[in-house]
Design a protein around this ligand. Structure first.
Ligand code: C2O
Length: 571
């Protein structure tokens, strides 16, 4: 029989067991393989996970451990990235090809193991090799551990994955752009909502996603832009939204009738079914920010149907009035009006900065590669860069492995903190100014920026107008960052600093750097490992619009990168 003072001990042990049982291991198997689909009424074989497009939704709770075994039945080398997951102590599971791992070979497998501590909201997973994420992607939803949201509990939660579809094979698409297309990728054939293009494209069986709603109920739409190359406007006729989170970071409630979402970003929006019983289109179409850039883009519109229980199915659904394709004021209003929701225990904006970086972001011209079949040797080929370094992916070993094993020959640690020259970055005439020609010509390199553990980094991201100014959604792996300010023209520290939001800035993992403008972000390098930062317009990645942070180990056991897992894929 338990004596008097054993009872509290037993109770404590029981409580511990309950708490431990509370954080679960969520196990999944992803079979990557062929799937036949026909979104535009013609049959196509794509690469997909578990025979689904979009792939399976993973649901977890804050603090859970995820264990996803990826089995590659496809003919391509594949990796999966868990977009927005910090990967603390699990950098080997981050996924970008040749940055944190070599691809899983056809016939191979790899178990991604990581936790989602301190994170909740809508994230997603996608392939991070070639253009495969066009069809290899899905939602990753992290619910609060205690089941309570910092807003009214919705009746239902609905993942809305916005996608971009090509009739062509997407791996061929990338090869063709590089070998013969001068770096330019053919435009897509459709946009999709949960894998379906909707009624404004050729109509065939099962081509429209439908959301049945009940009058008076509240829906949490977990919107993910998984399109390869497009920022999107998203609306639902007759309804408005309250945005409550972006990139799995809560925001102050923000009321709007339009959501603007860059490739890679997520938006959690509440929608109340408070319209007259009927059918309403939800619609997604591009926000095309480019001035003087690539001449053509996919200007089509994806639709889905929101249907009230007793709606008349013979009447055509209501269509929302969409913003103009180049409506930068609407995009900028949405992107800049969001503020973060400050919650107890959440990190505050660091006020002391150790690493000040000023980084230009944009297109440029590269020397032809010997493998390019069609390339004008004197004019060069389309490229992209950050601070005039066009990132070249290593080929022999991933950077994380090279860093871990001390193979420093794989990369150089001299990614510059500033561009080679300061000039009028956003002036379109810089394309014709012969004095700037050397800056238009960027250099390839595998250059990384080394950071001490826990260093605070401020990056001014300055868009350039080389070739064409365009909003580049820059995504940072391994961290969230605070967005302190955004604006147009050349960044001016004196005027910009007074406008920094140091109180309640939005927290993101992907920032659309305004076309012909700039953005300022801050983050704390509290995550040892190797982290890529890149444009989430996929076509800009092989052009070189990327850089890498190498964060050194700290001095405590939980600030040291552990060794790779036993099944880590070899090159
Ligand atoms: Cu969602 Cu490195 O990507």
């Amino acid at each position: 029989m338990a004596s008097g003072d054993q009872i509290p001990l037993l109770a404590a042990a029981l409580l511990c067991a309950l708490l431990a049982a509370d954080s679960a291991v969520v196990e999944r198997t992803f079979h990557v393989g062929n799937l036949t689909v026909s979104p535009l009424c013609e049959r196509r074989v794509i690469t997909a996970v578990n025979g689904k497009l979009p792939g399976p939704t993973i649901r977890a709770r804050e603090g859970d451990t995820l264990l996803v075994l990826v089995v590659n039945h496809s003919p391509y080398g594949i990796t999966i990235h868990w977009h927005g997951v910090f990967q603390k102590q699990s950098g080997w599971a981050d996924g970008p090809s040749m940055i944190t791992q070599c691809p899983i070979r056809p016939g191979g497998s790899y178990a991604y193991r990581f936790n989602v501590s301190g994170q909740e909201g809508t994230l997603w997973w996608h392939a991070h090799a070639s253009f495969l994420r066009a069809t290899v992607h899905g939602a990753l939803i992290i619910r609060p551990r205690n089941r309570s949201f910092p807003f009214r509990t919705p009746h239902r939660q609905v993942p809305i994955l916005l996608g971009e579809w090509w009739n062509a094979d997407v791996v061929d698409l990338e090869k063709q752009a590089f070998l013969t297309g001068g770096g330019i990728v053919n435009v897509s054939d459709a946009f999709t909502i949960n894998g379906k293009p909707g009624e404004l494209y050729p109509r065939c069986k099962n081509h429209t996603y439908k959301l049945e709603v009940v009058s008076g109920e509240t829906y949490l739409l977990r919107i993910i832009n998984s399109a390869l190359h497009s920022q999107l406007f998203f609306k639902i006729a007759g309804h408005s939204f309250t945005v409550v989170a972006v990139d799995a970071s809560y925001t102050k409630p923000y009321d709007t009738d339009v959501v603007v979402i860059a490739a890679g970003q997520t938006v959690d929006a509440l929608m109340v079914a408070n319209a007259p019983s009927s059918r309403y289109y939800m619609a997604a179409r591009p926000y095309f920010s480019s001035a003087g850039g690539p001449p053509s883009f996919d200007n089509t519109t994806a639709t889905a149907i929101v249907r009230y229980a007793d709606a008349d199915d013979d009447a055509p659904p209501w269509m929302p009035r969409m913003p103009a394709l180049n409506d930068t004021p609407t995009a900028h209003r949405f992107y800049t009006n969001l503020t973060g929701l400050r919650r107890p225990g959440a990190p505050a904006v660091p006020l002391e900065v150790e690493e000040h970086m000023f980084v230009t972001v944009g297109l440029g011209v590269l020397a032809c590669e010997p493998t390019q079949v069609v390339c004008n040797r004197s004019r060069g080929t389309l490229g992209a860069s950050m601070n005039n370094v066009s990132f070249r992916f290593p080929t022999a070993m991933s950077l994380l492995e090279a860093h871990f094993r001390g193979f420093h020959a794989e990369y150089q640690s001299d990614f510059p903190d500033r561009p080679p020259a300061m000039f009028d970055f956003t002036n379109n005439s810089l394309n014709t100014d012969p004095r700037l020609a050397p800056l238009l010509r960027t250099q390839r390199g595998t250059k990384v920026k080394r950071l001490k553990y826990n260093a605070t980094v401020e990056m001014v991201l300055q868009n350039t107008a080389f070739i064409g100014a365009e909003n580049h959604p820059l995504h940072l792996h391994g961290f969230n960052f605070f967005v302190l300010a955004q604006g147009f023209g050349n960044y001016n520290a004196t005027t910009a600093r007074s406008g920094f939001n140091l109180v309640d800035p939005q927290v993101r993992n992907t920032i659309g750097v305004p076309a012909g403008g700039w953005a300022v972000i801050r983050f704390v390098a509290d995550n040892p490992g190797v982290w890529i930062m890149h444009c989430h317009l996929e076509q800009h990645v092989p052009l070189g619009l990327a850089t890498v942070f190498v964060v050194e180990n700290g001095t405590t056991p939980d600030s040291v990168l552990p060794p790779p897992p036993p099944d880590f894929p070899a090159c």
